[in-house]
Design a protein around this ligand. Structure first.
Ligand SMILES: CC(=O)SCCNC(=O)CCNC(=O)[C@H](O)C(C)(C)COP(=O)(O)OP(=O)(O)OC[C@H]1O[C@@H](n2cnc3c(N)ncnc32)[C@H](O)[C@@H]1OP(=O)(O)O
Ligand SMILES: N[C@@H](CO)C(=O)O
Length: 294
């Protein structure tokens, strides 16, 4: 069994133009299985759990569907029904699998507390809520709205993460801790965004229609921050913990306080820290917010 360090820092496959979804997903899945084998050996009390959730499955989407089905089931929404729903959706939409892999990588890269991919897959309720939300979002767009809303309700009950099924969320998302996150119907979140617990992306209560925030690529939103209205948070911006943001925040700018004031400007480099061995793209500007429709 390789030591933990060897698993953690083994080189990922090259991600050039020849890299396929299958290469990337296959590499992460192989890591997850290796981690689960190691953890089952070192902690026999978890061996059966690790076998049923990870080791008995032939792919990431099967493992994830099984785990989500068990987490989100109720006496009337059966785990077998949910398993079939998740698996059919993940299997038919490669974009959802790409996003899940990017989210796993985001947790490893941007959360110093994340010790392995399987740690995130099994235990991060923000990760699980986000994967289930993407399925609810797809159902919403397929006009299966009652099922989308039923799933939304279960996600909120089980994970304490309340994301309206119409909200659009990119990939490489880290919902860290995630407790009490609330995201409104017309919110849009770009790629590589980090959101801490008790964050609200809400309406002001004064507008109808497109009324929720639009969050650019690479944004960090600190714990307890509340962003209200159809405001734009530019790429690479940082929102301080506990802030109440009612205005647009330019790219790579920090906003703090209640009401939030802007500190730092376009020339101030973002300080969104990362762990060694991974990189995050802060380079692209958002030109069209509708890009973030998965
Ligand atoms: C278990 C856990 O750990 S849960 C983790 C919870 N942690 C979080 O949510 C992290 C959120 N991060 C923050 O709030 C950080 O302070 C950041 C992202 C705002 C820092 O961004 P930076 O651009 O590096 O800002 P910097 O640290 O230079 O501070 C700029 C100014 O904002 C102030 N400031 C920073 N954070 C806050 C805040 N949350 N509220 C009010 N003022 C703040 C600083 O005091 C400084 O003020 P000054 O210019 O008068 O000296
Ligand atoms: N997960 C983050 C915030 O709690 C850390 O460990 O620093």
């Amino acid at each position: 069994m390789p030591p933990e360090g060897e698993l953690r820092y083994r080189s990922p496959p090259p991600t050039d133009s020849t890299t396929t979804i299958d290469d990337e997903e296959g590499w992460v899945w192989a890591q997850i299985k290796a981690e689960a084998r190691r953890d089952a050996e070192s902690e026999p009390a978890l061996a059966s759990y690790l076998y049923s959730t990870i080791l008995s499955h032939s792919s990431l989407e099967r493992s994830l569907s099984f785990h989500l089905g068990n987490k989100l089931c109720s006496s009337t929404l059966l785990s077998t029904l949910l398993y079939d729903l998740f698996l059919n959706t993940f299997t038919s939409d490669p974009g959802l699998r790409v996003a899940a892999v990017a989210d796993l990588r985001a947790a490893r890269a941007r959360d110093p507390a994340c010790v392995s991919f399987s740690h995130c897959l099994l235990n991060y309720k923000g990760f699980l809520a986000c994967q289930a939300h993407r399925v609810a979002h797809k159902l919403w767009n397929q006009s299966r709205r009652q099922l989308a809303l039923a799933l939304h309700s279960r996600i909120s009950d089980v994970f304490a993460v309340d994301i309206h099924p119409a909200a659009k969320i990119g990939k490489g998302i880290l919902f860290d801790h995630a407790t009490g996150v609330v995201i409104g119907e017309t919110a849009v979140i770009g790629n590589n965004v980090s959101i801490l617990h008790h964050v609200t992306l809400g309406g002001t209560g004064k507008a109808c229609g497109d009324r929720h925030p639009k969050i650019g690529d690479g944004v960090l939103i600190g714990a307890g921050a509340t962003i209200l209205g159809n405001v734009k948070i530019g790429e690479g911006a940082k929102i301080g913990a506990g802030s109440v943001v009612l205005i647009d925040v330019p790219p790579r700018t920090t906003a703090v306080g209640n009401p939030a004031r802007l500190v730092g400007g376009k020339e101030k480099p973002a300080k969104h820290e990362e762990c060694p061995g991974e990189s995050m793209d802060h380079t692209s500007f958002i030109s069209d917010w509708s890009d973030y429709i998965i």
